[in-house]
Design a binder for this molecule. Structure first.
Ligand code: 13P
Ligand code: SF4
Length: 352
């Protein structure tokens, strides 16, 4: 049974998120893929561009990013990488908020994305006007938003966090006695509240992909694979998180497959992550956590449809046409940079 976090705010007028069908791309032979990759490599070089990809994107894109000196990473590292790389064009293969974060941090650079319609259910489910009104109703609270939000929502916040750093930041704020307004992912919010004891109120958003993992079916699968370690992204419902051996960002889950002695892993996050897991631990066995079972709709079946909008095909087209550039108004970018930079500075200080 999933329990709602305490102090969740009821906002019945929140727009329903329309989940698009998973895009179908033409299949390519090995030779065709190699040719396409060569053309993209040439275009990247000619345009002084670097490819920054998320772990949920198509495996061929992830590999290409690494082969060309770019990076494949979680959303925190994607943001950081763009600020440290000298390329004048950042090509962000991921979802819209990732491209926008790159632009906000690198306002002088050109930031391109294969498809500007690649959004995120958390971002879609947290429209600025409603969010701002919610903040206005709680002026005593420190506003902490997940990176999976629009530039405008970030501009209205005090802190931006990703799943990789939410826990230490909320702990830090709780120790200072701050009351927190958290948006938009209620499951990640509930998870950090439970571990930190922070006083929090929540926006009722969720990720359509992680929301689909089914706890009862997971219990059954665990019984069939008693030696498997369970890896769960904290955007998943509480009843799934409770069964985890490791809860963490995409980077943390990938790290776990190399550091844990287990030979088998059941993984509750987008299936794109298996590309890196299989590369790093080729002898291990990876099973998808179930998205079928009671109440299942399986709209995404652990494949984010928006991440699926990135492919070698539209990447090549993008580099040839230069379309799909991210633009953000200088005022919003300047305001949104403050809470994002706060997060990056916090992360830097943690490493010291
Ligand atoms: P990470 O920051 O863990 O990569 O997560 C981003 C995301 O969108 C998960 O659904
Ligand atoms: Fe958003 Fe979920 Fe897709 Fe991540 S997996 S980008 S949170 S819809």
């Amino acid at each position: 049974m999933t329990t709602e976090p305490k102090h969740i705010v009821s906002l019945p007028e929140i727009p329903g998120v329309i989940v698009p069908p998973h895009p179908q791309w033409p299949s390519l032979s090995k030779v065709e893929t190699a040719h396409l990759k060569e053309r993209i490599k040439r275009l990247l070089k000619e345009q002084n561009a670097v490819l920054v990809a998320h772990y949920y994107t198509d495996g061929a894109l992830q590999d290409l990013a690494e082969e060309t000196g770019g990076c494949v990473a979680d959303s925190l590292e994607m943001a950081r990488f763009g600020t440290e790389h000298p390329a004048q064009t950042l090509v962000v293969a991921g979802v819209r908020f990732m491209g926008e974060t790159s632009k906000i941090l690198n306002i002088e650079k050109r930031v391109l994305m294969p498809d500007l319609c690649a959004t995120c259910s958390l971002d879609e489910g947290c429209p600025y006007e409603m969010f701002s009104a919610f903040c206005d109703r709680h002026p005593q609270h420190t506003v902490v938003v997940y990176a999976n939000t629009s530039a405008q929502v970030k501009a209205r916040s005090d802190w931006v966090v990703t799943s990789g750093i939410a826990l230490p930041i909320i702990k830090h704020l709780a120790e200072k006695g701050e009351k927190i307004l958290w948006a938009p992912d209620k499951h990640l919010g509930a998870y950090v509240q439970k571990l930190t004891g922070a006083e929090m109120i929540f926006w009722p958003g969720s990720c359509v992909v992680h929301e689909e993992f089914r706890s009862v079916a997971l219990e059954r699968l665990r019984k069939l694979h008693p030696e498997a370690a369970i890896l769960v992204h904290p955007e998943s419902p509480e009843a799934v998180v409770l069964q985890a051996d490791v809860v963490g960002s995409t980077t943390a889950l990938i790290k776990a497959v190399t550091t844990l002695p287990n030979k088998e892993f059941i993984v509750a996050t987008d299936a794109g992550i298996f590309n890196k897991m299989r590369q790093l631990a080729p002898d291990k066995v990876f099973l998808e956590a179930p998205t079928v079972g009671e109440g299942a709709t399986c709209q995404s079946c652990a494949n984010c449809p928006w991440m699926g909008m990135n492919s070698l095909h539209n990447l090549e087209e993008l580099l040839e046409t230069g379309k799909n550039e991210i633009h953000i108004s200088p005022e919003i970018a300047a305001k949104a940079r403050i809470p994002i930079q706060r997060m990056l500075d916090f992360a830097k200080n943690m490493k010291k």
